[in-house]
Design a protein around this ligand. Structure first.
Ligand code: NPW
Ligand code: ADP
Ligand code: K
Length: 498
């Protein structure tokens, strides 16, 4: 068993991949995998709540419930006071779960089909609730009974350990399963022990909030080899190696970034120069050799850092630069898009450049025609992605990995689909899910900072996919390390880049 960290490239599998891995593992395992899962759960339970006087295990009607029952046997044998509630009929349990139920009965564990209200009320912070209600088989909105059991677990004073996945969380999308005629409910776990491999929904949408600390037990023996036809749906985005500048380098060695954006107040009464300035500031702090700023409409702007060079359109050299286009671009950006798409050596398209792209098939084909040695990254948030794919943002959120990959394959570029669990996809690459970052980033302008940072990484010689992965990881890591009593604002974020 190991704790998943943000440093390694862990593979994650969708339900179909999980079922294939499960089948292959089970065939090579002399004992039911559930026995191993139960033991691992019991061991983690003890280390989370070593002084627990009571452990309540809420077991559901499938094999996830079986994991809970198998864990109950070990905890009981180790002298712990275990209460098991089964939400379902024992006779209807699948085979392995039914054996676990029989063993638990024989061991003398009291199993009811009700919530233990009295025990729940007297639970303390040292006690433990184990959520073994639903795992991968969660297939429909939660029933009323499931919902009230979830509420009871969340309301208990005790620690909460979820087995495989917190009940109520869709393991593939990270969205909530929903409830019949009621507000969605889900377990808010302090720890989640996931089996065999991690699932994508644990790292996107609500996953990060609901899972708490994530532990993985592969249930594999040392000689097990995963089937070669089961490819991961994605990998977690590992920490990039640190960039160093050699002693012999000069400013030309670290590349030029050109930021194009910032519609003027005069055009539509919405001054958006700040977004472009943020991107330029981010490029500068991230170590680009030189940063040039072209404000659309040649908008007046007084807060440009003195080390950012202002340029008019005719003095830009797009064909030697890493271009970041679209931040605060409004409608003014539309006119420059064809030249930007055709001429830029390396390109990041953000914000209004993406809205322009969504509306114009000619721009889409110019993007598709950019050559392999003209690296390109687009950085949509879910609504921008929805505009591009002509769908809704909730559809994007329900299928983040697919949406990012579809965009990458269609537009022949690297795609950064932003939000909780940013996805990075590119043609022919296994998508990455980023695990750094948090809700502090949900403030205006942080996306502009990300675009500027990505421009700097392209300028420093990274490929589009590498630049995107590296920038997204670093951007989120800064938010994770943000000092507790200082507000995270986009301008502070840009200035704290290195
Ligand atoms: N097999 C193995 O080798 C291993 C499996 N392992 C474990 O098994 C888990 C997968 O087990 P699983 O497939 O039995 O699914 P599980 O999540 O327990 O639920 C299915 C049951 O829930 C019901 N149900 C569904 N939705 C519902 C809802 N909204 N509200 C209420 N009920 C709902 C559904 O009913 P049905 O839809 O069939 O009517 C069915 O009865 C996996 O996550 C891991 O923990 C590990 O031990 C490793 C080895
Ligand atoms: N809850 C969150 N968890 C992690 N990252 C987030 C969260 N909310 C926003 N972000 C990140 O903050 C940035 C916001 O970008 P964007 O939506 O383009 O905003 P803006 O246009 O105001 O700059 C993205 O990098 C996004 O991934
Ligand atoms: K569970």
């Amino acid at each position: 068993m190991q704790r998943l960290s943000a440093t390694a490239c862990w593979p994650v599998f969708n339900n179909e991949g999980m079922r294939m891995l499960e089948g292959s593992l089970q065939r090579s395992s002399p004992s039911p995998l559930m026995d191993k899962a139960g033991l691992a759960a019991a061991q983690l339970a003890l280390s989370i709540a070593p002084h627990a006087q009571r452990i309540w295990i809420a077991a559901g009607p499938g094999n996830n419930g079986g994991d809970g029952l198998a864990a109950a046997c070990h905890l009981h044998q180790w002298g712990k006071s275990v209460i098991v509630s089964l939400l379902g009929e024992p006779e209807a349990l699948p085979a392995d779960a039914r054996s676990a139920w029989q063993r638990a009965k024989q061991t003398g564990i009291h199993i009811t089909q009700h919530m233990p209200w009295n025990d729940l009320q007297s639970m303390t912070e040292e006690d433990l609730c184990i959520d073994a209600l639903l795992g991968l088989g969660a297939s429909r909105p939660l029933s009323q009974a499931m919902r009230s059991w979830i509420q009871a677990i969340n309301n208990a004073q005790a620690h909460i350990l979820a087995l495989d996945i917190p009940t109520g969380l869709n393991p593939e999308s990270g969205q909530l399963l929903g409830c019949v005629d009621a507000e969605p409910q889900a377990i808010h776990a302090e720890h989640t022990l996931t089996f065999i491999a991690a699932k994508p929904g644990m790292f996107m949408g609500h996953g990060r909030d609901l899972c708490g600390h994530i532990w993985l037990d592969t249930l594999a023996g040392p000689t097990h080899r995963p089937p070669t036809d089961t490819t991961p749906q994605a990998c977690l985005n590992p920490r990039p190696s640190t960039l160093t500048k050699s002693h012999a380098s000069h400013k030309g060695s670290h590349g030029d970034v050109v930021v194009i954006g910032g519609e003027s107040m005069a055009r539509r009464g919405m001054g958006m120069t700040g977004a472009a300035v943020l991107a330029a500031t981010a490029s500068l702090h991230a170590g680009a050799g030189r940063v040039m700023l072209h404000l659309l409409d040649d908008a007046p702007c007084t807060d440009i850092p003195s080390d950012v060079m202002r340029r008019d359109w005719s003095s830009l050299s797009l064909y030697t630069s890493s271009v970041v286009c679209g931040c605060g671009g409004g409608q003014a950006v539309i006119a420059v898009m064809p030249e930007v798409l055709q001429g830029s050596a390396r390109l990041v398209l953000d914000a209004d450049a993406l809205n322009a792209l969504a509306q114009d098939a000619h721009l889409q084909s110019l993007l598709q025609q950019r050559s392999a040695n003209q690296p390109t990254v687009i950085t949509p948030h879910p609504l921008e992605a929805a505009r591009l794919l002509k769908t809704t943002s909730s559809d994007i959120q329900n299928n983040r990995l697919k949406a990012a990959q579809d965009l990458a394959d269609w537009l022949h570029c690297t795609v950064v689909l932003k939000g909780s669990g940013t996805v990075i996809a590119a043609p022919g690459q296994t998508p990455r899910i980023n695990t750094t970052g948090n809700g502090k980033l949900a403030t205006g302008g942080t996306g502009d900072v990300l675009a500027g940072l990505m421009g700097a990484r392209l300028a420093q010689g990274m490929s589009a996919f590498e630049a995107a992965c590296s920038a997204v990881h670093q951007h989120g890591a800064l938010a994770d390390e943000w000092p507790e009593h200082t507000a995270l604002t986009a301008s502070r974020l840009a200035s704290s880049l290195r």
